[in-house]
Design a protein around this ligand. Structure first.
Ligand code: 4NP
Length: 160
């Protein structure tokens, strides 16, 4: 619980235009469908600053729309202040974990950092959400499939 008396979850990826804004949008929708908006604060951020202020990648927005989601957050960069603001910081891959760790002001705060794979259920053999940025449409769809799986577990285990 944070200062606002809500559980807070931050998704982190490299650019904050593909994977983490999709995770944010999927979880927000699941929370809304359950009428649980009051209980939870959900956000996303990127390790890099290249895309700050931008909407998600148009390919991810389109793929999201075809799966019934609206991905419309604006990219921002992860900062060490996020360790104070968030209860859960959920990363997509090992590089994200190492980059988050390198910005961590106090070792004990790393207990807030989780790999998204901890929440995979249907995709238990998968270790990361692969970056679709240099991929084709099927890579964006696969990222959404993985994130839907993880967000369902997050909804059931953390939020409900
Ligand atoms: P994301 O994908 O980390 O899932 O947002 C990427 C988006 C942009 C870049 C890398 C990854 N980039 O290098 O610009």
């Amino acid at each position: 619980m944070n200062l606002f008396n809500k559980t807070s979850i931050l998704f982190v990826c490299l650019g904050n235009i593909c994977r983490s804004p999709a995770a944010e949008g999927i979880l927000k929708q699941k929370v809304k469908e359950q009428g649980l908006n009051e209980n939870i604060f959900i956000d996303s951020a990127g390790i890099g600053s290249w895309h700050v202020g931008q909407l998600p990648d148009s390919r991810m927005r389109r793929c999201g729309k075809e799966n019934g989601y609206d991905f419309s957050s604006f990219a921002r960069q992860f900062t060490k202040k996020d360790f104070e603001r968030f209860d859960y910081i959920i990363v997509m891959d090992e590089d994200n974990y190492a980059d988050v760790q390198s910005r961590c002001p106090n070792k004990s705060l790393m207990s807030k950092v989780h790999y998204i794979r901890e929440f995979f259920d249907k995709y238990k053999n998968q270790s990361i959400v692969p970056d679709p940025y240099y991929g084709d449409y099927s890579d964006f769809q696969f990222a959404i499939d993985l994130l839907e799986d993880a967000c369902q577990t997050i909804l059931n285990k953390i939020i409900k």
